[in-house]
Design a protein around this ligand. Sequence first.
Ligand code: GDP
Length: 444
Amino acid sequence: MAFEGLTERLQKTFRNLRGKGKVSESDLRSTMREIRLALLEADVNFTVVRNFVKKVQTRAKGADVLEGLNPAQQIVKIVDDELTKTMGKEATPLNKSEKIPTVIMMAGLQGAGKTTTAGKLALKLKNENKARPLLIAADVYRPAAVDQLVQVGQQVNVPVFQQGVDVDPVDIVKAGLDQAKKDKNDYVIIDTAGRLQIDQKLMDELKRIKALANPDEILLVVDAMTGQNAVSTAQGFNDDLDVSGVVLTKLDGDTRGGAALSIRAVTKKPIKFVGQGEKMTDLDVFHPDRMASRILGMGDLLTLIEKTQKNYDKKQTQKLTEKIQKNTFDFNDFLAQINKIQKMGPLKNLIKMIPGMANNPALKNANMNPKDMAHLKAVIYSMTKEERTNPDVLNPSRRKRIAKGSARPIHEVNRMIKQFNMMKNMMNKVSNGNMSGMSNMMNQ
Ligand code: GDP
């Protein structure tokens, strides 16, 4: 099974933490040491390991305690998050051209799995995108490469364009592209030649094919079982060809996992697919989050952590919805929401946080800039406890005092309070099923 060594070591590390109500400095230090060794043993790139451990350590030290999770579980969650980020966060889809055909060029060393992957990809596009791909056989050096692609094409029932092995590969690609245009193929997949190692002649040929075909996607195929060699190969190809994505093959036989964990961080290029067997159906979209859970081998625990987090959010949302419905939403709630948004970073829009508002088209351009938020907070902080929980008491003299306390002009304080009241009313109406308040609010 893939990654078993790494999974086993990480699990052992976490077992040592389990049952501890509190994680001490020295526990954390030894956990980090274990994680570092586990990753190095898995053949993960040294710099990647160093950065990874640093990030986990910083986050573990400053971790917010999430209700319902013990410290060990929190650390598992952080490691899971960081593993995911190291591998690229989210699945990266294939590029697609506006015009047909979308041209995909495969590149990689001999034996990495280019020809097989070209066939697998054609099948995937056919099955999942209802595409009509054409495969082009441009590997004229490896004995029997053209025949192999023809066979693969037959297996997946996709046409293969070939002109034997005595024609310049660039001419083959040119003729193949003409054929694809004539036959209205929506995807073209070019199988190129490989070598046992990177050499200049190969790179020159690939560059010539790239210049001619202007591919939408250059997929570099690397063999996961070669570990750090796969990473340096990827780096070498990327330097010359500027690839758009990586396919990591033979993951089914990779017990260590070093390539999967290093390629993205080293090359800055996403792993788009993984090959997990010799059959034509054994090609999967690469999902960094699922891979991280697999590496940790803690599916159950991760689900628990996710659920705890969701429940926690759900409870908060429920409380907020109740307050909105009873029209008791106050400045404390408002402040809590602002803080939440600021913590979440890119989520700029306060109103979008409110249950039922997220996809409202009227709110699409309603952004809030960080400076405004800071001013808003200053104003709320200058209110007394009573004013925050009962905004109705905010008479002119109180407002004047608040303006002074927050160093904001009085008209701004007035405007904020007016907007708060409008928002409160609107939310109350919307959450009680009356949408008419909405347009009033948006027209102010
Ligand atoms: P190329 O020289 O890069 O075109 O490599 P091939 O496509 O000929 O593949 C070389 C060998 O690797 C073949 O025996 C394939 O069946 C095998 N192969 C390719 N991808 C995978 C994979 O994901 N898993 C396994 N187990 N074998 C694979």
